[in-house]
Design a protein around this ligand. Structure first.
Ligand code: SF4
Length: 484
């Protein structure tokens, strides 16, 4: 259930504080997310029926999740009938063990990979390395991350935190066949990566992929990508292994039409995806000779059992919610300590990993609750609703200290607010202390309070009014002087 590649990372508040102190990171993020936000808005505005498409996407995903058992068995039956092999993995360790054993059975010590969130989630590259197998990422951004011994920080653009000069530096340092005099020109960098990867494509006997969608009615998988390297991985190696989360199902091909309209416009602001590859089992004389589908649970059935939390499983990983999130734009993806950063990560990761660690309990708080993520989500995931709900679960999951000051203060407030007379007494006491606070200068004073200090450290405390509402109302009603 753990995400091994991210173990040991600090929890969000510490990681975010460190990221905020890095002006180059903030500059890279801002330059990358600002244009894609406006381009997405333009691409979406072109479709008069966007709201209907969005509702259809939500309805299809909800229907599929409600009947997941049926569609998973249908998928298994169709993949098997088409000559593929289906394996079930309940957690990350099981999925990784399956891929290692299938790769060994194919006699390979090197694999080429299509960009895949599911294998990042399971920490597959680390598991393969431990078994003596080299994984080569073939997506350009994933390759940059891998060569830089880094971690992805965005769902769609894993190296979004790097600028051109940093990428040039990484290629010169880590790519033995990089041309002498390589500059930071994007076309030159892409050409260097293409040459570097070509040898790997031509010699690989095992390819590893995820899938954007799995079509139950025919047992077909669908991968959407922009560079064409994914298609090389899917067609050239003799053995293809696809690790796919169980929530990626669609019942039928006609459902895909909706998502082929929603996903490109939401992710890259394109009207149509550049490379859409589909395959069904194995086909003699064409593509891989062996196909294995590893269906990954890893916490998804637990999320599915939760009425509010399950909506996160509708996610099609478009990354639109990251690009509009004011928190993500300032701290980047690494602060979330998960392959799923941004708003979707804040609701998906604690459900997949559970809330036993402080790092996972902190994630639902990594948001201002502004609602921008909900507005842009092409499958209408109500992320703010899920965040608030998961904050409640985080509080319940956290073992309380016997004299927790916040809990004691809120208990006292609840007791006071339950009775109008108690409230009146408390307000008179507050009126008396008001003079003291104003005499001491409220801003400096509140910064030193044990409970309010954290709140007022980054905010101006409002000046305490000269009179309470209750006192003002009583005076107004009597037409006399204030009583406090
Ligand atoms: S939650 Fe919605 S907007 Fe965010 S990545 Fe998933 S589908 Fe896209």
């Amino acid at each position: 259930m753990n995400l091994p590649a991210y173990l040991g990372m600090p929890s969000f508040p510490e990681a975010a504080a460190a990221a905020l102190a890095d002006p180059r990171l903030r500059g890279n993020l801002s330059r990358a997310t600002r244009p894609i936000r406006s381009k997405r808005a333009d691409a979406v505005a072109e479709l008069a029926d966007w709201a209907e498409l969005r509702a259809a996407g939500k309805a299809i995903k909800d229907h599929t999740l409600a009947h997941l058992d049926h569609y998973l068995l249908q998928l298994e039956q169709k993949v098997t009938a088409a000559g593929g092999h289906v394996h079930w993995a309940s957690d990350a360790a099981q999925a990784n063990a399956l891929v290692v054993s299938l790769t060994r059975a194919a006699g390979a010590d090197q694999v080429v990979k299509v960009k895949s969130m599911a294998t990042q989630e399971t920490g597959l590259n680390e598991a393969l390395a431990a078994a003596g197998i080299t994984a080569i990422e073939t997506d350009l951004a994933e390759l940059i991350v891998q060569l830089g011994r880094d971690k992805p920080s965005h769902i769609l653009v894993p190296a979004i935190h790097r600028n051109r000069a940093e990428i040039q530096e990484i290629f010169r340092r880590e790519m033995p066949d990089a041309p002498a005099g390589l500059t930071d020109d994007p076309a030159e960098l892409a050409a260097a990566a293409r040459t570097h990867l070509r040898r790997a494509f031509l010699s690989a006997t095992v390819g590893i992929s995820g899938a954007n969608f799995a079509i139950a009615e025919t047992g077909s998988l669908v991968v959407l990508e922009s560079e064409g390297n994914g298609r090389m991985c899917l067609t050239l190696p003799r053995t293809l292994i696809s690790v796919v989360g169980i929530e990626k199902l669609l019942p039928a091909w006609r459902d895909l039409e909706v998502f082929l309209a929603l996903l490109p416009r939401s992710s890259t602001a394109e009207r149509m995806n550049p490379y859409t590859s589909t395959w069904t089992g194995v086909t003699p004389g064409d593509g891989p000779r062996e196909f294995h589908l590893v269906l990954l649970d890893n916490g998804r059935t637990t999320a599915l059992a939760d009425r509010t939390g399950r909506q996160a499983l509708r996610c099609i990983r478009c990354s639109a919610c990251l690009n509009v999130c004011p928190v993500y734009e300032r701290v980047g993806g690494h602060a979330y300590g998960s392959p799923y950063p941004g708003p979707i990560g804040a609701i998906l990761t604690p459900q997949l990993r559970g809330m036993s660690s402080a790092a996972d309990r902190a994630l639902p708080y990594a948001s201002t609750l502004c609602g921008a993520c909900y507005d842009v989500c092409p499958v209408a995931i109500n992320i703010p609703e899920a965040l608030v709900y998961l904050r409640g679960r985080a509080v319940e999951a956290h073992p309380q200290a016997p004299f927790d000051p916040e809990r004691l203060a809120l208990g006292a407030a609840a007791w006071t607010l339950r009775d109008p007379r108690r409230l009146a007494v408390a307000q008179r006491a507050a009126s008396a202390s008001r003079r003291l606070i104003n005499a001491a200068g409220s801003a400096a004073w509140t910064k030193r309070l044990p409970l309010l200090g954290g709140w007022t450290r980054t905010r101006e405390a409002p000046a305490v009014p000269p009179e309470s509402f209750r006192s003002w109302w009583a005076r107004r009603s009597r037409g006399g002087a204030p009583d406090a």
